[in-house]
Ligand binder design. Structure first.
Ligand SMILES: Cc1ncc(COP(=O)(O)O)c(C=O)c1O
Length: 434
């Protein structure tokens, strides 16, 4: 028996949608008031086909993951071949070739001595593992009081409990969990002289209680696509170095090309002690994440004593199917001009979104327009009718999902000029509606 209390919205859609909606619990959704989701039946490139035959141009690349566009044949082939041979074996005590090969490739392509790769299946879990690694790094050296983390206003690192604890509860989506999440030190990003001084003195005072500093390098994503510069990153690295703290760079959103370099940290010339990756890792096809530690962190776990090992092992760690998809995705970064494509998208969005600046329309007043890499943002004072705005973009034939107070585009790096123009034109047209 269903616990629904209201009739389903009338829709000509498939039976599976109507029946399944009685039982599925959708993400980030108020199930009582949300409109019925669109029924997607096929994808290709930058297009999503709905069950009524409409095609939407995708401006979100499935939560920023489908960087090569949908159904890239090279990734589909790799998954198909792997599925026929060995979809999954447990990683403890057994090795599978795709996972081992992927570990080598990630160690080679990430900056500095980020040489040890631990696989999991989602970004939030990769962050949990990074935090656990950092805390145990100190425990293994007999430093028992370093259980807290420094994180920054505007941060988002995932939805699990520890990941929520280092997100910004005020600006983020986890404000109601105070008390449940462990207390951390959340402070402003050191981007001005005043905040740099404050960061430095905070660290100087509390360093011996802190395991690591965690941040999203250059762009804070789900907190509102907030940009900071390379200098800020260098400041954080420098202060961590001077006070002996570990630095965790959460590149789940920024890594793998989104900002025009393979990793955001490269743009500041810094190397974190631990890096997290997910989203684009499999080209948006299968769930996979990586927590990559440098030699200093890894070596602190080496001992004759099992207690000093990283006692962590999700069932699907090193899943062969997902790792095969990731290897194929990395092939595409090597063979196809992804970073150039990102720079092209950036140049297009810089000029195409500019007409939104200063607009005061029915959807709200525009506060800012900003672009970095393949991220284009129109920040609005306040979006009153979120469902209405999302429906309006659907009418334009575009899959654009504003959240908080931003309308943003994060398309596949392979999107064609016509489709990209259709997306930016739609944003300009809708935001300008008076
Ligand atoms: C920077 C960052 N960290 C962590 C996560 C969480 O990843 P997941 O949704 O795969 O758990 C996200 C997701 O948006 C993210 O943007």
């Amino acid at each position: 028996m269903s616990a629904r209390t209201r009739p389903l919205p009338v829709s000509p859609s498939a039976a599976w949608l109507q029946e399944g909606y009685e039982h599925i619990w959708m993400p980030y959704t108020q199930m009582q008031t949300a409109p019925l989701p669109q029924a997607a039946v096929a994808t290709e490139g930058s297009r999503i086909t709905l069950d009524d035959g409409r095609q939407l141009i995708d401006g979100v690349s499935s939560w920023w993951s489908a960087c090569h566009g949908y159904n890239h044949p090279h990734i589909v082939d790799a998954i198909t071949r792997q599925a026929q041979r060995l979809p999954h074996v447990m990683l403890a005590g057994l090795a599978n070739e795709p996972a081992f090969t992927l570990a080598v490739r990630l160690a080679e392509m990430t900056p500095g001595d980020l040489n040890r790769v631990f696989f999991s299946e989602s970004g939030s879990v990769a962050v949990e593992i990074a935090m656990k690694m950092a805390a145990q790094y100190w425990l293994n050296q007999g430093e028992n009081g370093r259980g807290t983390f420094i994180c920054f206003d505007g941060a988002y690192h995932g939805d699990t409990i520890a990941a929520m604890s280092v997100g910004d509860p005020e600006d983020g989506i986890h404000g109601r969990f105070h008390g449940l999440t462990p207390a951390q030190h959340r402070i402003p990003l050191p981007r001005t002289e005043e905040t740099r001084d404050a960061f430095e003195s905070f660290v100087a005072e509390h360093a011996d209680t802190i395991a690591a500093v965690i941040l999203e390098p250059l762009v804070q994503g789900a907190g509102g696509m907030i940009f900071h510069d390379a200098e800020t990153l260098r400041t954080v690295r420098d202060v961590c170095d001077r006070h002996g703290l570990l630095l965790i760079a959460d590149e789940i959103m920024t890594g793998l090309g989104r900002l025009g370099t393979m990793f955001a940290c490269e743009q500041a010339g810094i190397v974190p002690d631990i890096m997290t990756l997910s989203k684009s890792l499999t080209g948006g096809t299968l769930p996979l994440a990586a927590t990559i530690a440098n030699d200093r962190v890894y070596e602190a776990f080496l001992d004759d004593d099992l207690d000093k090992a990283l006692m962590h092992g999700p069932t699907f760690t090193g899943n062969a199917l997902a790792c095969a998809a990731a290897n194929a995705s990395l092939d595409l970064f090597e063979r196809e001009p992804r970073l150039e494509q990102v720079r092209g998208i950036e140049a297009h969005m810089v000029s195409a979104l500019e007409p939104c600046r200063g607009k005061e329309g029915i959807w709200g007043n525009v506060l800012d327009v900003r672009v970095r890499g393949a991220i284009g943002v129109v920040e609005i004072e306040s979006i009153g009718d979120m469902n209405g705005l999302r429906a309006r973009f659907l009418k334009e034939g575009c899959w654009i999902r504003p959240f908080g107070n931003i309308v943003y585009l994060m398309p596949a790096f392979t999107i064609g000029t016509d489709d990209l123009t259709a997306l930016t034109d739609a944003v300009v047209r809708v935001i300008g509606e008076a």
